[in-house]
Ligand binder design. Sequence first.
Ligand code: PEP
Ligand code: MN
Length: 264
Amino acid sequence: KLVSREFHPEDTVVEVGGVRFGGGEVPVIAGPCAVEGRELYLEAAFAAREAGATVLRGGAYKPRSSPYTFQGLGEEGLEILAEARERTGLPVCTEVMDPESVPLVARYADILQVGARNAQNYPLLRALGQIDRPVLLKRGFGTTIEEWLSAAEYILAGGNSQVILCERGIRTFETATRFTLDVAAVPVVRQLTHLPVVVDPSHAAGKRQWVAALARAAVAAGADGLEVEVHPRPDESVSDAAQALSPEAFRQMMDEIAAIAAVL
Ligand code: PEP
Ligand code: MN
């Protein structure tokens, strides 16, 4: 298989705008869950950069559990992301939900994110195999590591080898956290594949008070980066408010992970 270490022994480094995933650094993708509006997004983007984020995030197309909640700003959100990239100089990562939208999202985004709910959307994965742009592939919350790597194989098989894997928690019997972060997936995946693996502690924790602890654990386990939800006024977030970090809490988390990365 193209994803396997046997096929490709050296670590794949996915580079985006000077940021390297898989090269021994710990780049951090940060920003609000969703792009909610221009002013707010720009404020969030500058705050994230100020605290040390090297890639911006924000969904313009949101895979919400309920069809009656905010679904994202769509192309207007993509335009806001493009403006934030221009003004901050940071690359942007945003979700694409269906194969038809891939060309549009690829015009704006530096990294195209596949959400957990689409982790086995094979037409979408095939479409992402056809583009020359990094893809952040989240693990489905009901998928094994093997199924997750098979999903990545779809993208590589199409000719796109710029895939970053993202562990974001799986569903278990435990309900105290939103999902159960499978921190063991980090060393396991690093052994099985040459692709970089980052961790999203925000969706796993579901509550902001546990995000930093999961981020520290991820970095200690050898993660090639993090994806974290940060909002200038967390409680006002339109989606995922409970897990959003304030810029101050995010800055503290960044100091903590830098201390851990320094001893690895
Ligand atoms: C997100 O990153 O905002 C998101 C929806 O994450 P996930 O697909 O992991 O639930
Ligand atoms: Mn979210």
